[in-house]
Design a protein around this ligand. Sequence first.
Ligand SMILES: O=c1ccn([C@@H]2O[C@H](COP(=O)(O)OP(=O)(O)O[C@H]3O[C@H](CO)[C@H](O)[C@H](O)[C@H]3O)[C@@H](O)[C@H]2O)c(=O)[nH]1
Length: 342
Amino acid sequence: MTQFDNATVTITGGTGSFGSTMVHALLDRGVGRINILSRDEAKQDEMRQRLGDSRVKFFLGDVRDYSSVEDAVTGADYVFHAAALKQVPSCEFFPEQAVKTNVVGSRNVIRASHQSGVRSVVCLSTDKAVYPVNAMGMSKGLMEKTAQAFARNHPASPTTVSITRYGNVMYSRGSVIPLFVRQLKEGTPLTVTEPTMTRYLMSLQESVDLVEHAFLNASPGDLFVKKAPACTVETLARAVSIVLGYGDPEVRRIGMRHGEKMFETLLTREELIKSEDQGDYFRVPLDARSLEYELFVEEGEPGEVDLVDYDSNTTEQMGVEQTCDLLRTLPEIQAVLAESAR
Ligand SMILES: O=c1ccn([C@@H]2O[C@H](COP(=O)(O)OP(=O)(O)O[C@H]3O[C@H](CO)[C@H](O)[C@H](O)[C@H]3O)[C@@H](O)[C@H]2O)c(=O)[nH]1
C-alpha cells in the first residue's frame, strides 16, 4: 500500500471500531498524517494517549457542521468517511437524526473534499441500506445515492467518490458477539432473537481491506462489496460458547427487535447483473446515464433474468465448526482466551 506513503488521510468517525483499526493499518503503512474528525472528546483523548503518535491529529467536530468538516479535510489526499449513526434502534426512534448525520453529513464530507481537491473519498455503507426496513438502513441508502449523484454530476471533479458496503463486522462495539461473551462470563443464558436469522460475518480487518481495495481500484461512483460467508444467530451463539470453552450454551429466545430483518442483502440482483466479479469482491459501476427521458422511460438495459440477490441466505452458509474456526482468527477472541488462561 505504497500510495499512503507520506499521504494525509482524514477519517471521519475515527475513534470508532472501524476508524481505529484503519488508523493502525495506516500508521503501519507509513502514512504522513491522519486527521480524525469525531464528536467525542473523551474518546479522542483516550486514543491520543493510547497511540502516542504525533502523526495523528484530532479535530473535534461533527459531520453535520460543514465548517468542522472543511477544517478536517483541508490538505487531505484521502478521506475515509466512517462517521455515522449506525445503531438500528436509536435511528428508529430518531430518524431525523439519522438523516442529519448519515445523509446531510455525508454530503458535507463529499462537498468539502471536492472543494479542497481530495483525491479519493470512500463512504462506508452497510447491507442494511439494501431493501431497507429501518431508518438506519434508509439513511445509509440515501448516503449511497448522494455519493453516486455527486459522481454523476461532477465528472470533472478531482475527487473520486466511492462506496463500500459491508455486512456485520464481528466484535464491533455494541454488536452481538461481545454481548454473548459477556453473558457467558456472567453465567447468564445467551439471548438469541430468532435462531434462524442469518447475518454475513466479516472481521474488522476484512472491512479495512475492503476500503483499501476501494482506494486502489475505484472509478467515480463505484460500489464495492466483499464476498462473505454467513451463519444463523443460533450457530453463532453456539460457536462463541464452544470456542470460549463453555460447551453447549443455555439459550433464551427473545424474538426480533425493532427494525430487524431475517436476513441481509449485500447486492440486489439488479446490481449483481451490472457487477464485475473481482475475486474476493464485487464491483458495481455507477449507472452514469443522465436524466434523459427516453433512457429512463423507454429504453432499458438487457440483463440476466435468472440471477438472484446476493444475500445472507444465498451466500455460503457456515456450520458451527466453521464459525468456530472463523471466531478463533479474531484478535478479540484470542485476547479473551489468553485472559482466561492466566
Ligand atoms: O441479544 C441479541 C442481540 C442480537 N442478536 C442477533 O444477532 C445478529 C447480529 O446482531 P447485532 O446487533 O450484532 O447486529 P445488527 O445486525 O443488528 O446490527 C449491526 O450492524 C449494523 C450495521 O449493519 C450496526 O453496525 C449495528 O450497530 C450492529 O450492531 C442479529 O441477527 C440479531 O438479531 C441476538 O441474537 N441476540
